[in-house]
Design a protein around this ligand. Structure first.
Ligand SMILES: Nc1ncnc2c1ncn2[C@@H]1O[C@H](COP(=O)(O)OP(=O)(O)OP(=O)(O)O)[C@@H](O)[C@H]1O
Ligand SMILES: [Mg+2]
Length: 383
C-alpha cells in the first residue's frame, strides 16, 4: 500500500474551479495534490511543500501565469513547471518555455496525455534533486578527504623531520647518560670515603638516570620505527609502570604547586605489552592533569585498580576542565589549547594509539572549572 506522504507531490494553480478540480480528481490516486486559485497562494504552497511538479494556468487575473513562472523559478529553480495554455495559444506556450517552463498542455486537456506529461516531469525533478544532493555529498566527502590528506601530510613530514631530529638528539643524550653515571659513581665514592650517605642526592640521581634511560629507549623506538617490526610484547607490570611514572613527574608536581596522590593496588597487574610505550601513554595523561591543575594549585589523584580481566588506570584532576565542544577533539593529532606554551597536541593522540595497540580503551569525563578524569583500561594477561 502506498502511504499518502510517499506519493510524489503536485501543485495545481488555476483560477477556474473546473479544470482545477478535474485535475485533482485525475491525479489523486497517484499523487499528493495541492491546489491554489491564484499565483500568490500557489507560491506559498511551493515554499512550504516543495512539490515535484507545478501545473499552472497561463491566463489568470492578478499575477499572470507568466509572472508566476518567473517567481516559481526564483523560489525553486529545479521543480518541473507545466503550463496550461488556451487552445491554439502556441506563441504563449513558446514564451513560457523560453522563460523556464518544462512543458505545456493545451486546454481542454486529454487525461492520458496529462498523466504522461506529469509522470515525466515529476521524474525529471526527482533526478535533478538527487543529482544536486549527490553533488553536495560528493563535495562534502571531497572536503573531508582533503582535510584528512592535509593531516596525513603533516604527520608524514613530521615523521621525516623527526627521523633527523631523533638522530641529532641521540648524541647529546648519550653524553648526559654518561655523565649521570659518572656522577652516580663519584657520589658513591665520596660517600665511601667520607663514610656518609646522601640519600636525597642518590634518589634524585636515580630519577634522572631512569628518565634519561627512558629518553634513550624512546629514541631507539623511533629510530626503529618503520624499519623494524614493533618490539615484541613482553609481560609487564602496570602497577610498576605507574609507580615509575608518578615518581618521575613528582618534581614537576612540586614545582607547579599541585598535590599529587596515588592509590595503587598491590597486584602487579601483568599484561603483555611494551613498557616504554605504556609508560609514555600514562605519562602524557598525568602531565596534562598537572598542567591543567597548576593555575588553581589543585590536586591530581592517580589510581591503579586491578579487576578480574583488566586494569584501570585513572587520572583525576581538579583542573580547569574541558569544554564540551572540545571533548571530541582532544584525541586528534595537533589539537591543543596550549598554543605558545609548547603544546604540540600530540600527547593524547599518542596515548590513544598506544592504548589501542594494547587492545585497551581510554575514556574521559570532564566538567569545566571542576576537573577531569581520564580512565585507561587495559586487558590483563591470561584472559
Ligand atoms: N586533564 C586535562 N584537563 C584539561 N584539559 C585537558 C586535559 N587533558 C587534555 N586536555 C586538553 O586536550 C588538549 C590535547 O591534549 P594533548 O595532550 O594531546 O596535547 P597538549 O597537552 O596540548 O600538547 P602536548 O601533550 O603535545 O605537549 C590539551 O591542549 C587540552 O586542551
Ligand atoms: Mg599533553
Amino acid at each position: 500500500m502506498t502511504i499518502a506522504s510517499d506519493l510524489p507531490q503536485v501543485l495545481v494553480i488555476d483560477d477556474e474551479m473546473g479544470p482545477r478540480e478535474s485535475l485533482r480528481m485525475l491525479l489523486k490516486p497517484n499523487y499528493q495534490v495541492y491546489t491554489a486559485d491564484n499565483v500568490e497562494a500557489g507560491l506559498h504552497i511551493l515554499r512550504e511543500k516543495k512539490p515535484d511538479a507545478v501545473i499552472s494556468d497561463i491566463r489568470m487575473p492578478g499575477t499572470s501565469g507568466i509572472d508566476g513562472l518567473r517567481k516559481i523559478r526564483e523560489i525553486d529553480p529545479h521543480v518541473a513547471v507545466i503550463m496550461l495554455t488556451g487552445f491554439g495559444a502556441l506563441e504563449t506556450a513558446k514564451e513560457a518555455l523560453r522563460l523556464g517552463a518544462n512543458d505545456y498542455i493545451s486546454k481542454p486537456f486529454d487525461a492520458r496525455e496529462m498523466r504522461e506529461v506529469i509522470g515525466r516531469n515529476v521524474e525529471r525533478t526527482r533526478i535533478q534533486r538527487t543529482g544536486i544532493n549527490a553533488a553536495a555529498e560528493i563535495k562534502e566527502l571531497n572536503n573531508r578527504l582533503l582535510k584528512e590528506l592535509a593531516q596525513k601530510e603533516r604527520l608524514a613530514s613530521l615523521g621525516q623531520a623527526s627521523a633527523e631530529f631523533v638522530h641529532d638528539l641521540g648524541n647529546p643524550l648519550t653524553i648526559v647518560w654518561g655523565y649521570v653515571q659518572l656522577l652516580a659513581k663519584k657520589l658513591e665514592q665520596s660517600e665511601k670515603e667520607n663514610g656518609t650517605t646522601n640519600e636525597t642526592s642518590a634518589k634524585e640521581l636515580n630519577i634522572i638516570e631512569q628518565n634519561v634511560r627512558l629518553c634513550r629507549e624512546l629514541l631507539t623506538m623511533w629510530q626503529s620505527y618503520g624499519s623494524v617490526e614493533a618490539s615484541p610484547h613482553k609481560p609487564i607490570s602496570v602497577t610498576q609502570v605507574v609507580r615509575e611514572v608518578v615518581k618521575g613527574v613528582g618534581p614537576m608536581a612540586v614545582q607547579s604547586g599541585v598535590e599529587l596522590h596515588c592509590d595503587i593496588c598491590d597486584d602487579p597487574c601483568t599484561l603483555l605489552g611494551d613498557s616504554v610505550q605504556i609508560m609514555r601513554a600514562i605519562q602524557n595523561v598525568i602531565i596534562n592533569a598537572l598542567q591543567a591543575s597548576a593555575e588553581k594549585k589543585g590536586s591530581v589523584v592517580v589510581s591503579c585498580t586491578c579487576k578480574d580481566f583488566y586494569v584501570d588506570v585513572r587520572v583525576e584532576d581538579t583542573g580547569y576542565g574541558i569544554a564540551p565542544a572540545q571533548l571530541a577533539k582532544i584525541f586528534d593529532p595537533y589539537f591543543t589549547t596550549k598554543q605558545g606554551k609548547s603544546g604540540t597536541g600530540l600527547g593524547l593522540y599518542i596515548t590513544k594509539k598506544v592504548v589501542e595497540d594494547h587492545n585497551g580503551s581510554i575514556k574521559v569525563e570532564s566538567t569545566p572549572q571542576i576537573g577531569t578524569t581520564f580512565t585507561i583500561r587495559l586487558p590483563l594477561l591470561n584472559n
